[in-house]
Design a protein around this ligand. Structure first.
Ligand code: APR
Length: 171
């Protein structure tokens, strides 16, 4: 039975097979969840990221998790919100899809996601959540390895937005 769960928490503490990092295109760290993941993973993560030569928006690249409880970190730069007419929705979909596909290719069973682009990148939460929920459910319909996806929300407001999107998806 495949499951999608929406939880409140800090993704750096989640012992999933892979956690996804809302990175930037340099992959050299930053603030928000990116900063938290690099702090928790230790310096080896940055060393590994240096060898990746960055990552285009909507694409995803994978490293080990080093000192994190998660085995892998999947880095994806989500789109920066520019008003909604610069393919932001498509790029956000791509970030989720490419991250989940990479987890599947590494035979991960449990994958934890943050709310990509809804922090520093200002993607409106009420528009991002339905996109993420739809992509995650359609991915789980056909995934063979990935059995559980966790949306790890850092605050109550984010959690409520995803719960609302999940209810709407199911209705
Ligand atoms: N665990 C889970 N979620 C977290 C954590 C954490 N430890 N820390 C922050 N978040 C949440 C934020 O509250 C927000 O809901 O992650 C979501 C994404 O916010 P950001 O981390 O700001 O990411 P994003 O909006 O995609 O902007 C990416 O910010 O940190 C820089 O280097 C990063 O330039 C990139 C940009």
């Amino acid at each position: 039975m495949k499951t999608f769960k929406i939880i409140l928490g800090d993704i750096t503490t989640i012992a999933a097979d892979a956690i996804v990092n809302a990175a930037n295109t340099t992959l050299l760290g930053g603030g928000g969840v990116d900063g938290a993941i690099h702090r928790a993973a230790g310096p080896e993560l940055l060393e590994a990221c240096r060898t990746l030569n960055g990552c285009a928006t909507g694409e995803a690249k994978i490293t080990l998790g080093y000192r994190l409880p998660a085995k892998y970190v999947i880095h994806t730069p989500g789109p920066i919100w520019q008003g909604g007419n610069h393919h932001e929705a498509r790029l956000l979909q791509n970030s989720y899809l490419n991250s989940l596909a990479l987890a599947e290719s590494r035979a991960c069973r449990v994958v934890a996601l943050p709310s990509i682009s809804t922090g520093v990148y200002h993607f409106p939460l009420d528009q991002a959540a339905p996109i993420a929920v739809r992509i995650i459910h359609s991915f789980l319909e056909t995934s063979e390895h990935v059995q559980e996806v966790l949306m790890v929300c850092f605050d109550e407001k984010t959690k409520q937005a995803y719960e609302k999107a999940e209810l709407a998806f199911r209705s």
